[in-house]
Design a protein around this ligand. Structure first.
Ligand code: AMP
Length: 542
């Protein structure tokens, strides 16, 4: 017997309509090239979204066609998200920090019909437009007055496109499984692969991410998504914020600079923010050196890479709660979140620090398991390592245009490529990427744990560990360190002594090498493939 409940569709259009009616006066603040503080509210945002939908409707696109963006976090990008998806097209967000060849590949692979770009990226597009014959127009997200000079054919001004369009538009009825957004993952090898989100997966992910023990999004919040809208839809904030009616602050291209972020947080009363560890390192460095504070800020979501303990402890001193999140582009992205335990008193300082470093517990909707090389499930005892697999309604089942390829070794489960432990309380800890695992004398060493200890050293700015050939142990960990501003005198001996008593002796790196900077991917992750290449001729001392 079926239940007798309505089957209304889960669509992004519903978020827009809800936000406009219920949260219409909540403000969206944006930093853009043409306005350091643009302000309007959800009602005005969605009226302009309908103007944009009317303009796009003249382009005679087919349902499911891709409209791409190469843009920072701001209100015009937000309008493009909604106008494209709710008209039945797919908003394909492209990471402008990728190599131009990768961007060209992605545009052509996705068959993008139009590209909406920030004025900052006009020079980038000038270099690749000739190789993207399928793109019919390049829409610059600015006013006529601020249009950059360019010889690009089919350059369209965003504000001119909207001007004169009606703000009435009848949104089409969409199937909840229809595609709404596309994001390519920038793997370190091979071509990037496209993850195609649906209206349904996006809504369910937004619900999940808003829960109190996840990001905890409320209409009382002012949210600053520093994580870019081109990186997994800014972790869903452009959907969860209007669902809740939270005030939004979009930082534009001012994402990496600590001083600008602190100013934005203080002037706009930001309560919740989300970003990768690097961003917080620069904010905290600025706060320390300036004596400034961020008193309105209640919590930060840190994800995309392991978060050093020092970041959490520094945030503690400012009264800011750090929540580590783990996820992937393929997971929309949220899988687990680490919220502080309900009773801090139960833990010794050491145990508390250990638990905080974990990636957290799965949000309802995400199932996970760890398996060994033979596919045998491993126990949740916090000790056994295994390849992490996940499944759930916001996890990708196959990649775009690779639907027939064997994406998953085991049907129904997504292979994350991460190696993890899970403890009896469901706290998962990432110990490595499958391909970065260090095997010393046949035993696994967690490079992430070693890196965590290294980055806690006050003289270390950044650190990475790679497995390197060793004649006796086949591989030993080699630690590569960028010294911090006050750590120019840091020696290898001092660095290695730091590990004593903090990790198993045989996990301690065999040697240390100092570099000026580490190579990073376009999404800010350390590029271990490049590091291994850089140190391929290195020999451990006898
Ligand atoms: P992306 O698809 O670019 O978001 O990258 C996903 C990958 O980033 C994951 O598979 C992890 O390897 C890594 N990652 C994300 N969050 C964390 C975290 N909290 N701790 C450690 N690694 C993480």
């Amino acid at each position: 017997m079926n239940g007798l409940m309505m089957d209304t569709k889960l669509s992004i259009t519903a978020i827009m309509e809800h936000a406009e009616r219920v949260n219409g006066t909540a403000e969206i603040v944006s930093v853009t090239r043409d306005n350091p503080r643009h302000r309007y509210n959800y009602r005005e945002a969605f009226a302009r979204t309908r103007q944009l939908a009317n303009a796009i409707a003249r382009w005679s696109l087919a349902q499911g066609d891709r409209i791409a963006t190469l843009a920072w976090n701001d209100y015009r990008h937000f309008e493009t998200y909604y106008a494209a998806a709710c008209s039945g097209y797919v908003c394909h967000t492209i990471n402008p920090r990728l190599f131009p060849e990768q961007i060209t590949y992605i545009i052509n692979h996705a068959q993008d019909r139009y590209v909406f770009l920030d004025p900052d990226f006009v020079p980038l597009v000038e270099g690749l437009a000739g190789e993207c014959p399928g793109v019919q127009g390049w829409v610059v997200l600015t006013t006529q007055e601020h249009m950059p000079r360019s010889n690009l054919p089919n350059l369209i001004c965003y504000e001119s496109l909207l001007a004169g369009e009606s703000d009435e538009f009848t949104w089409p009825e969409l199937d909840e499984n229809a595609a709404c957004a596309l994001c390519y993952t920038s793997g370190t090898t091979g071509n990037p692969k496209g993850v195609m989100y649906s209206h349904r997966s996006t809504i369910l992910h937004a619900y999940g991410s808003m829960m109190p023990d996840a990001m905890g999004v409320s209409h009382r919040d002012t949210i600053l998504p520093i994580v870019p809208m081109f990186h997994v839809n800014a972790w869903g904030v452009p959907y969860s914020a209007p669902m809740a009616g939270a005030r939004l602050v979009f930082p534009g291209n001012k994402m990496g600079d600590g001083e600008t972020l602190a100013t934005l947080i203080n002037e706009e009363g930001v309560t919740l923010s989300a970003g990768v560890p690097t961003v917080w390192l620069s904010l905290l460095a600025y706060l320390k050196s300036s004596g400034n504070r961020v008193d309105s800020l209640q919590r930060v979501i840190v994800g995309g890479a392991a978060c050093p303990l020092s970041v959490m402890e520094d945030f503690d001193t400012y009264g800011v709660e750090t929540r580590v999140g783990w996820g992937m582009t393929e997971m929309s992205p949220l899988g687990t979140v680490n919220t502080s335990p309900s009773s801090r008193e139960r833990y010794s300082d050491e145990d508390f620090a250990r638990i905080r470093l974990k990636a957290g517990r799965p949000i309802f909707g995400v199932e996970m398991k760890i398996v060994d090389d033979q596919g045998n499930e491993q126990p949740w005892d916090g000790e056994a390592f295994g390849s992490l697999k996940v499944r759930g309604p916001w996890i990708c089942s196959s990649y775009f245009k690779l639907e027939d390829s064997d994406a998953h070794a085991e049907a129904g489960w997504f292979e994350t490529g991460d190696v993890a432990t899970i403890d009896p309380d469901g706290f998962m800890a990432i110990t490595d990427r499958t391909k970065d695992v260090i095997k010393s004398g046949g035993e696994w060493i967690s490079s992430i744990e070693v890196e965590n200890v290294a980055t806690d050293h006050p003289k270390v700015a950044e650190a990475a560990v790679i497995g390197h050939y060793h004649p006796k142990w086949s591989e030993r960990p080699l630690l590569i360190v960028v010294r911090g501003p006050e750590g120019q005198d840091l020696t290898a001996e001092e660095m290695l002594a730091w590990f004593e008593g903090k990790i198993a002796r045989w996990w301690t790196p065999e040697a240390v090498q100092f570099v000026d900077e580490l190579p990073h991917t376009a999404t800010g992750k350390i590029q271990k493939v490049t590091l291994r290449e850089m140190f391929k001729d290195y020999q451990f001392p006898e």
